[in-house]
Write a protein that binds this ligand. Structure first.
Ligand SMILES: Cc1cn([C@H]2C[C@H](O)[C@@H](COP(=O)(O)OP(=O)(O)OP(=O)(O)O)O2)c(=O)[nH]c1=O
Length: 193
């Protein structure tokens, strides 16, 4: 069995992978996420995923398969990251209110000893319901928004905010399982199921 390292501190990513028998080692990549980028949102998500995987890869023996991921929320051409504080969460959720946005997760898989470096992304459309100010404030009071891109978690209370979703669900939570399975299978002969 290949040794797999998940280069992430995200409890959601760990949970998603732990449901399958991959038994990844969890190592947080300490990279600095810039405030603004000139690249497209897809490029930003892929570059950050690659940076995380590479950072962790450089700390190990080279034979492990390292997975990095980065999730961003995109409204028009604006990237909405994690909220700085509750006020920022209110601003972000008000922007998303009654509109459709994309959730993009960049994914990178690296194994240094075979010099294989994969970078890809998955995009999911999410439409928010029409929410009142009071509903947004009540949601922020749950504290759920604070560590999440776009200031919501679809897997938690945030499901109430969502009218519809078009695309991969696990991608919104932080790790697109179908695409990950495809890439692991094709390039590393690893099967999730
Ligand atoms: C939109 C959305 C995001 N998120 C989360 C997934 C990611 O953990 C987070 C986006 O931040 P990321 O920077 O992708 O990941 P992270 O900081 O949690 O972990 P690391 O950098 O160590 O890999 O937002 C949800 O949990 N649910 C959602 O519905």
């Amino acid at each position: 069995m290949e040794k797999i390292i998940l280069a992430s501190s995200s409890p959601r990513r760990k949970e998603i992978l732990n449901r399958f028998n991959l038994n990844p080692l969890i190592v947080e990549a300490k990279i600095e996420e810039k405030k603004s980028y000139n690249e497209s949102p897809e490029q930003v998500a892929m570059a950050l995923a690659f940076e995380k995987a590479l950072w962790v890869c450089n700390k190990f023996n080279n034979e492990e398969v390292v997975i990095g991921a980065d999730t961003i929320v995109v409204l028009g051409n604006r990237i909405l990251g994690k909220p700085k504080d509750e006020e920022d969460a209110f601003r972000i959720l008000s922007l998303l209110n009654n509109k459709e946005h994309s959730v993009i997760t960049g994914i990178s898989i690296i194994r240094a000893n075979t010099n294989i470096k994969i970078i890809d992304y998955e995009s999911t459309l999410v439409r928010f319901r029409h929410l009142s100010e009071e509903q947004i404030k009540r949601y922020i009071n749950t504290k759920e928004p604070m560590d999440k891109a776009g200031a919501y978690g679809i897997q938690g209370y945030g499901e109430v905010l969502v009218e519809k979703i078009d695309g991969c669900y696990s991608n919104v939570v932080g790790l697109p399982l179908g695409r990950l399975d495809y890439l692991l299978n094709k390039f590393f002969n690893i099967k999730i199921l």
